[in-house]
Design a protein around this ligand. Sequence first.
Ligand code: NAI
Length: 331
Amino acid sequence: MKVAVFSSKPYDKESLRHYEVTEIAMQYFEVPLNVATAHYAQGFDAVSAFVNDELNEATIEILADGGCKIIALRCAGFNNVDLKAAENLGVKIVRVPAYSPYAVAEHTIGLMLALSRKLYKSYNRVREGNFSLNGLLGFDFYGKTVGIIGAGKIGLLVAERMKAFGCHVLVYDPYLCKTCKEQGFEQVPLDQLYEESHVISLHCPLNNDTHRMINQASIEKMRGGVMLINTGRGALIDTQALIYALKSRKVGYVGLDVYEEEGPLFFEDHSNDIILDDNFERLMTFPNVLVTGHQAYFTKEALEHIAETTIDNLLAFKRAEPLKNEVVLPN
Ligand code: NAI
C-alpha cells in the first residue's frame, strides 16, 4: 500500500518511521495538501494529512481520481475535511481521536500561568539585567472561577487541574456530563459561564454551532478583564471582535495556540518574511496576548501515539478490518 504523507516535518517522519511496516510504503511530502498539491498523490492508495491541510471537495476529487481510497488524518479534529464529498467519492476518512489530551491540557495551563504571572516578559527582562517588578503584577488563580467550554477529554483534564489550584470550575457542554457531576464541576448554561468566569478556556470542536462562538455579543456578556484561552481551533473566535475587546480592555488576557487564519503561517519559519496578516500582527502588539503556533499537542508521547494510530488505521484498511477510527457523516 502506497501512502503519500503530506505536511510531514522531520519530526513526523522520525516518529512514523519508527512504526512503519513492510505492508505500507510511505512517501513524505513536506508541502501542505490542497488543491494545488493533491496531484503529488497520483498513483498512491492512501494519503495522510494534518490539521491545516485543505481537504475540500476539489482536493478530494483529485485524490480520488489519482487512486486514493483512504485519507488518514494525523489529528483528532476533522473540521478541514468535506465529509460529504469524501463519502460521495468513496474515500474513507480515519483520524487519531486522542493522542495526548494531557499534552494539550498541560499546555493550556501553561498559557494561563504564563499570562497571569507575565512569565514571557520576565524571561526577557532578567536576561537583560532588568530585575524591576514594575508591570509584572499577577493574580492568584486560587478562588477564581474558571469556565470550560467543551467537557471532553481535554476540557475535563483542564477542569481537574484548575480545581486542584483551588478554582471554582464551571462547565458548558450541550451533552450531559456525568464526570462533571462526580468531580464537582458545575454544568451551567453558556451565558452563565460567560457572566461568572474569570478565565474561559475553549475545548469544543469547530463546527457550524461553534464557529466564531466568541464574538462581540458573547464577549459583551463576560466579566471585564476576563482571560480567554483557546487551544481548540482558531475559528472558535472572531479575531476582529477579540482585537476590539482587547483595545477596550474588556478582555484582559488572551492565550492562543490556534488562530483563525493560521494556515499560511503556522508550522513554518517566517522570520525573514513580511507577514501580511494585519489581524495577526495587531494581536502581536498587545502586551497581554501570548500566542504559540499550534504547539499544544507537540510532545514526544503525542507524536508516538499519532504515528502508531495512523499506521494501525492504514493497516486495518489494507487488511479489510473494521475501521475503528473512521469519521462518518452524522445522520
Ligand atoms: P472531545 O471530542 O473529547 O471533546 C469535545 C467536547 O466538546 C465534547 O464533550 C462535546 O460534547 C463538546 N461539544 C460539542 N459541541 C459543543 C458545543 N457547541 N459547545 C460546547 N461543547 C461542545 O475532544 P478533545 O480531544 O477534548 O479535543 C477538543 C478539541 O481540541 C478538538 O476538537 C480539537 O479542535 C482541539 N485540539 C487541539 C490540539 C492542539 O494542539 N491545539 C490538539 C488536539 C485537539
